[in-house]
Design a protein around this ligand. Structure first.
Ligand code: NOJ
Length: 500
């Protein structure tokens, strides 16, 4: 509950993608009042915190990751007063609030860019060979012949972090939201703000640069200077009471590089995306879990676990079905550290694959043909044909009435109730509550099966093979992601929590 400075170490954080979460004013677009109206649902789910993706003033060229005013709420999402009411109500229910911070780039509609304050952006006479993550060149030319850098869409010019005014501005933006009571920040493109001296070319490569990111170092990501920024920010966070934290979205090439973002003088956490990218297979999971634990050891702080977010296909679809998604969820929620859930995963929502092209809004779709809209379809709340939405900004599949929160509410086997049960046990079980401190031991297992013991006596079994697995211990199944065999064996694509 509130008051514990280390709350984030084992927190379950629920990501709200505001456009798609809940719509209070009926305009087809989610809003802050909609989130406030669902706080009881979130408290009932058992999450410790929500992370709000950007709700700031934005022309929405990239779903709000193009910010035109870092200190205000876009009218489509409400007002600053709505934000304050949301924070107050969330805190009253024991839910903390993390907001997104987008420091690598602003919107091209930000007053700085519009009024031609070029020294606060990265302008050059000639472009280099850098490519946008969304595809195409990372440079756009303006009327007088100069080029500006945008690692993402052209509407998202990169800020110049060598400029002291930029640094001062973001220190002030941090304080603005901390003063309003936020409990932390999710730092967008946390590895991107500093570019290599002289902006050198990447050089020859086999495919699009976006495909090498995370495996190799490029001159625009993960540069040493970025750590100075976090060393400037950390004292600001620490000067506020109640454990204000920051988590980095940093795509880097190794756990050692990721560990550099975390520490008592930098950020509190960094997303461990390897877990999200792992295949549904015992071996892949074990490899990434061991890597993440190594990173946690390096920094002396627990890691984070993520299965889905607003940038990747939902894990029901990625892992090949709901049974697997539920099993992977039980694995994630039993691991030491904090877990980040993405809105709708508790309903077992799949990726929507058949959105008509003309409705897709992701700038990456227009430039690279890959779209993240399928994981951003609005959340089905009720079992009526509109799922509780009137004219939603992306169409909700007709069959989602059956996946709606209302339809799942009273079904003991629903995915919603699986998440609720898992979070309840996680909070109370001595091996999982304070999940950061417990130990993790790998037990011997058959091929394609993962068996982990969390001290004391909680065993997690995940069967990714084709045969049922017999359990040799005496004890009790606390929770199972799906039905067990009649003799108690764990079927394929199933995970259990077992107390021995
Ligand atoms: C990462 C965000 O998660 C993504 O949605 C966005 O497009 C880019 N950063 C650019 O801000």
């Amino acid at each position: 509950m509130l008051g514990n400075d280390d709350w984030w170490r084992d927190a379950v954080v629920y990501q709200v993608y505001p456009r798609s979460f809940a719509d209070a004013n009926g305009d087809g677009m989610g809003d802050l009042e909609g989130v406030r109206g669902r706080l009881d649902y979130l408290a009932g789910l058992g999450v410790d915190a929500i992370w709000l993706s950007p709700f700031y003033t934005s022309p929405m060229a990239d779903g709000g990751y193009d910010v035109a005013d870092y200190r205000d709420v876009d009218p489509m999402f409400g007002t600053l007063a709505d934000f304050d009411a949301l924070v107050a109500d969330a805190h009253a229910k024991g839910i903390r609030v993390i907001v997104d911070l987008v420091p690598n780039h602003s919107s091209d509609q930000h007053p700085w860019f519009k009024s031609g304050l070029r020294e606060r952006y990265i302008f050059r006479d000639k472009p280099n060979d850098w490519e946008s993550i969304f595809g195409g060149p990372a440079w756009t030319q303006v009327e007088d012949g100069q080029w500006y850098l945008h690692l993402f869409a052209p509407e998202q010019p990169d800020l110049n972090w060598d400029n002291p005014d930029v640094r001062a501005e973001f220190r002030d933006v941090l304080r603005f939201w901390l003063d309003r009571g936020v409990d932390g920040f999710r730092v967008d493109v946390a590895h991107g703000m500093i570019k290599a001296e002289g902006l050198p070319d990447v050089g020859p490569k086999d495919g699009p640069q976006a495909e090498m990111l995370g495996d190799e170092q490029v001159p625009y990501f993960d540069q040493d200077g970025v750590h100075d920024i976090y060393r400037e920010w950390r004292p600001i966070l620490d000067s506020y009471p109640g454990g204000r934290m920051a988590v980095a979205e940093a795509w880097v090439s190794s756990p050692e590089r990721l560990a550099r973002y975390v520490g008592p003088d930098e950020l509190h956490q960094a997303f461990n995306f390897d877990f999200m990218m792992a295949d549904f297979h015992a071996k892949s999971f074990r490899t990434v879990i061991e890597k993440a634990l190594k990173e946690a050891e390096l920094v002396g702080a627990p890691t984070t676990w993520v299965l889905s977010n607003h940038d990747k296909p939902r894990h029901v679809t990625r892992h090949g079905g709901l049974a697997r998604a539920r099993a992977a969820t039980l694995l994630m929620l039993a691991l030491p550290g904090s877990a980040y859930l993405y809105n709708g995963e508790e309903l077992g929502l799949p990726e929507v694959l058949d959105l008509p092209d003309e409705l897709r809004q992701d700038p990456a779709f227009l430039r690279r043909g890959e779209s993240r809209d399928g994981c951003r379809v609005p959340i089905p709340w009720s079992a009526d044909p509109g799922c509780g939405w009137r004219d939603p900004w992306l169409p909700i599949p007709a069959e989602w009435t059956g996946l709606s929160a209302e339809a799942q509410e009273d079904d003991p086997d629903s995915t919603l109730n699986l998440y609720r049960a898992a979070l309840r046990i996680r909070k109370r079980h001595p091996a999982l509550g304070g999940a950061s401190s417990g130990t993790l031991t790998w037990l011997e297992s058959a091929k394609d099966v993962l068996v982990i013991e969390r001290d004391p006596g909680l065993v997690v079994v995940l069967n990714t093979g084709e045969e049922p697995v017999r359990l040799d211990w005496t004890g009790q199944v606390l929770l199972s992601s799906g039905p067990l065999e009649t003799d108690g064996s764990v079927p394929p694509d199933t995970a259990i929590w077992f107390q021995r």
